[in-house]
Design a protein around this ligand. Sequence first.
Ligand code: NAP
Ligand code: GDD
Length: 351
Amino acid sequence: MKKKIALVTGITGQDGSYLAELLLKKNYIVHGLIRKSSSFNTGRIDNIYIDPHNKTNFFLHYGDLTDSNSIYNLINNIRPDEIYNLGAQSHVGVSFENPEYTSEVSGIGTLRLLEAIRFLKIKKIKFYQASTSELFGETYKKNIFNEKSKFHPKSPYGVAKLYSYWITSVYREAYGIFACNGILFNHESPRRGETFVTRKITRFLTRKKLGSKDILYLGNLNAKRDWGHAKDYVEMQWRILQQKKPDDFVVATGQTQSVRQFIDTSVKLLNMKIKWQGKGLNEKCYLINKGKKELLIKIDKKYFRPNEVNYLKGDASKAFKKLKFKPKFSFKDLVRDMIINDLKLAQKEQK
Ligand code: NAP
Ligand code: GDD
C-alpha cells in the first residue's frame, strides 16, 4: 500500500515531536518544517532523525510560517495527504510583548498554508489547525467549554489563534477544503518547554530535591487549567483527520487544577514537605526539612499577565464519542511522568 505523506509545522515543538513519532509508527512519510536558528532546535526530534530506519521516511525542510514562498514550494514539492499546522509563537505571556510577530506566525501563518492548498488545488490534502482553549478565555460562571461555547480571547496569542480558527472554518466552507480545528486544552509532558508553568515547576522542584539552593519565582498561583498529557492529545490530532467529514473538536480532560495544586501534587510525589505563608504578592512557600524552614517559592509581578485567563475546563463529550477519546494519563500520572523525567535530568546535571 502507498504510504501516506504528512507535513508537520512545529515539528521541533512538544506536540510536533510526539506527532512525528506517532505518524512514523503508523507508517507515514513525515516531512517537517523547521526554522533556521543560530543554535540547535531539534533536541526533541534528534532521536527520530538519527535512527537509520527513518532515513527514507523522515525529512526536515527549512522554512517559516512567515514566509509564503517556502510554504508554497514545500507543499508543491511534497504534495502531502495531511498537513498538521502545529507551528506557532505559542507562549501567551510572550504574545503581550511580541503581539505583531505572534499574529504573523500564529494567525496569518495559517492563512499562508491554506492559500497554498487552495492555489495548488491538491484536493486530497486534509488540514489540521492547532486551535486552543485560549479562544474561550473569559469565564462565564465557571463554564465548562465545548464546541458551541462563546469565544472571548484575552491575549494577542488568543486573538491570533481565533483568526486561525475562523480562517480554517471559512476555507472549509468556501472551498471545500478538508480543514479541521482541534480546540485543545493545556497539555504537558516531559517535552514541555521550560518557560511554561508546569515544566518550570517540575524542573525546579526536581533540582531542589537534589540539593539546589535556588528559589522559584512564579506569577498567578490561582489560575486553573485543564491539564492533559501531550501523548494522548497528538493521537486525537491524528484521529480528527481520519474522520469522514471535516469537523472541529474540543480535546480536554474535564478536570481543572490550579497552579498551586500542580505544585502540591509535585511536592507530594517527590516526598517533600512544604508550607504556604502570606497572601497575594507576599505569599511565600517554604520547604520544611528536618524541622528547618527554607524559602522555596516567591511571587514575582513580572510573571502576571496584563490580562489573565483565570479558569479553563473543557467538555470533550463530542471527542469522547466520535474520536473514541479516552485519556490514558490522569493528572497525577502526568505530573509523575514529568517528575520522573526531570529527576533523571537533574541527576545528569549533577554529574
Ligand atoms: P511549542 O512546543 O511551543 O512548539 C511550537 C513550534 O512552532 C516549535 O516547533 C517552533 O519552532 C515552531 N515555530 C515557532 N515559530 C515559528 C515560525 N515562525 N515558523 C515555523 N515554525 C515556528 O508548542 P506545543 O506545545 O507543541 O503546541 C503545538 C501547537 O498547539 C501550537 O500551535 C500551540 O499554539 C497549540 N496549542 C498548544 C497547547 C498546549 O497546551 N501545548 C494547547 C492548545 C494549542 P522552534 O523549535 O524553532 O521554536
Ligand atoms: N508561563 C508561566 N510562568 N505561567 C505562570 C507562571 C510562570 O512563572 N506563574 C503562574 N503562571 C500561570 C499563568 O498566568 C497561566 O495562568 C498558567 O500559569 C498557565 O500558564 P502557561 O503554562 O504559560 O500556559 P497557558 O495556559 O498560558 O498557555 C498554554 O496553554 C494554551 C491552551 O490553553 C500554551 O501552551 C498555549 O500555547 C496554549 O494554547
